[in-house]
Design a protein around this ligand. Structure first.
Ligand code: NAD
Length: 496
């Protein structure tokens, strides 16, 4: 590794050539964490060219050789796990216990998973499907992948994009979010340390409208994988359509949390508070709309209110802090706007609903917030706000609860809380979402797919399903009869 600058292209650092510098701010304090040189479209071009050059060697390596490199990557990341946790906390404001116990180990586990998946590059058929041909199905890499990631779990999102792509033999250019690029650059450095060839993993730190769009439009990129908001996902599809790129989209969410009247109330209350407040609610699968069957509604609301009020909001570097700031002042103002408008529309805020003052006023904090009496069709129930906010609404029949849970443009994740096996089976069948938890909300594992239905996108992250999406299928058909004049030639030559 050599050179200065935040772009990581062809195995080395170099400065972005846009002439612009961007300040990465610590959202807990407003202090500058880093000055990042910003990529131009020409830097993106260089990264795509480097990735294209690296593709033939990397895709030609055996699955075993790629697996060995990924095992070394997991080790390189483990060696500086604490540094990853500290940098992630500084740039995104996440509580250090979350980055130490979830973000960083989760990312490393994902790398380990794909070191195994790399060896599962297999087609499904090899045989004779008519008497004169043997068919083989080859599963091949797609080529250069362009990936664009959001700011909410910067390291995990980078890993979810990079690892299945390179495990399958692709090379990649990743653009992290402008405000949280630092751990993605560390990941690229560790790829080099682990012996992954130069150019296989490149990171571009730049603006969405400039570097992001240049990456999406570049003719050398064969597939784009994007995680972020639904409106930007629509733009990604539009640009990718011009050059017919494969598109993989992980978009927004507005997860319902459905509590039936036989649920374990204590479990549901704890699950709702943890599920709504994880990562300050900036989680695409966070519990956002709690629907409670009428007999449990009052007890649920008062239990959640008590528990939320006890959540320790504060300095994210303090291991006892439960909830840190939001990622930025912009995000704080956006969440505050949603709550103000919900109040104006007649909803009641039972807990929180404001930015704290005192020592926390210098940061982008927002208090854990519980909203009731909102209308099902109101903005606060329908739109993704990405903050520490739970809306609770009552329902009567099971049919009504399931209908309300599905009454959303999104379909990323959902949970249902019940001790009745038939209800749990019905909920898991009828809720239109890419993940349905029963009696829990949030836990994920590297082996299982993550991805949405409806406006939450398509394509899966994590798991073998994701690996498969970064491959393309080729049918090879080998003539085995040795006959020069085939029967089917009659369609052209008649009886000659
Ligand atoms: P965002 O859509 O604003 O930005 C995401 C990325 O897209 C950033 O890197 C940004 O620079 C880039 N970008 C913005 N405009 C672009 C353009 N015109 N062309 C190309 N790239 C562009 O999202 P965000 O605010 O960073 O993240 C929050 C969103 O991400 C939420 O909607 C959340 O639900 C979603 N998210 C989804 C998942 C999932 O797995 N479904 C996971 C995490 C976050």
């Amino acid at each position: 590794m050599s050179g200065q600058g935040h772009q990581y292209i062809d195995g080395r650092h170099r400065p972005g050539t846009s002439g612009e510098s961007h300040e990465v701010l610590n959202p807990a304090t407003g202090e500058i964490v880093a000055h990042v040189d910003v990529a131009s479209a020409s830097d993106v071009h260089d990264a795509v060219v480097a990735a294209g050059r690296a593709h033939s060697e990397w895709s030609g390596a055996t699955p075993g050789d790629r697996a060995t490199a990924l095992i070394a990557l997991a080790a390189a990341m483990s060696d500086r796990a604490e540094e990853y946790a500290q940098v992630e906390t500084a740039q995104a404001g996440k509580p250090i216990k979350l980055t130490r116990e979830f973000d960083v180990p989760g990312a490393i586990d994902n790398v380990s998973f794909y070191s195994g998946a790399a060896r599962n590059l297999e087609g499904r058929a090899s045989g004779e499907y008519d008497s004169s041909h043997t068919s083989i199905v080859r599963r091949e890499s797609v080529g250069v992948v362009g990936s664009i990631a959001p700011w909410n779990y910067p390291l995990q999102m980078a890993v979810w994009k990079v690892l299945p792509a390179i495990a399958a033999g692709n090379t990649i250019v990743l653009k992290p979010a402008e405000i949280t690029p630092l751990t993605s650059v560390m990941l690229a450095e560790d790829c080099t340390r682990a012996g992954i060839p130069d150019g296989v993993v490149n990171v571009i730190c730049g603006r969405g409208r400039v570097a992001g769009e240049a990456l999406l439009a570049h003719p050398g990129v064969r597939m784009v994988s994007f995680t972020g908001s639904t409106p930007v996902g629509q733009r990604v599809m539009e640009i990718a359509a011009q050059t017919v790129k494969r598109v993989h989209l992980e978009l927004g969410g507005k997860a319902p949390f459905l509590v039936f009247d036989d649920a374990d109330l204590e479990a549901a209350i704890h699950g709702a508070v943890a599920g709504a407040l994880i990562n300050s609610g900036q989680d695409c699968t966070a519990a956002t709309r709690a629907y409670i069957q009428r007999p449990l509604y009052d007890a649920f609301v008062s239990g959640v209110a008590d528990l939320m009020a006890a959540v320790r909001l504060g300095d994210p570097t303090d291991p006892s802090t439960d909830q840190g700031p939001l990622v930025s002042r912009v995000q704080q103002a956006s969440v505050a706007g949603y709550i103000d408008r919900a109040r104006a529309a007649g909803a009641r805020v039972l807990v929180g609903g404001r930015a704290p003052g005192g020592d926390l006023a210098a940061g982008a904090y927002y208090e854990p917030t519980l909203v009731v009496d909102a209308a099902q069709d109101s903005e606060i129930v329908q739109q993704e706000l990405f903050g520490p906010v739970l809306v609770a609404l009552p329902f009567d029949s099971d049919d009504e609860g399931l209908r309300l849970a599905n009454d959303s443009p999104f379909g990323l994740a959902a949970s249902a809380w019940t001790r009745d096996v038939l209800r749990s089976m019905r909920a898991s069948r009828e809720i239109a979402a890419g993940c349905v938890w029963i009696n829990d909300h949030i836990p994920i594992v590297s082996e299982m797919p993550h991805g949405g239905f409806k406006a939450s996108g398509f394509g899966k992250d994590m798991s073998q399903y994701s690996f498969d999406e970064y491959t393309q299928i080729k049918h090879v058909s080998i003539e085995i009869s040795g006959v020069a004049r085939k029967d089917w030639h009659r369609t052209i030559f008649g009886d000659r």
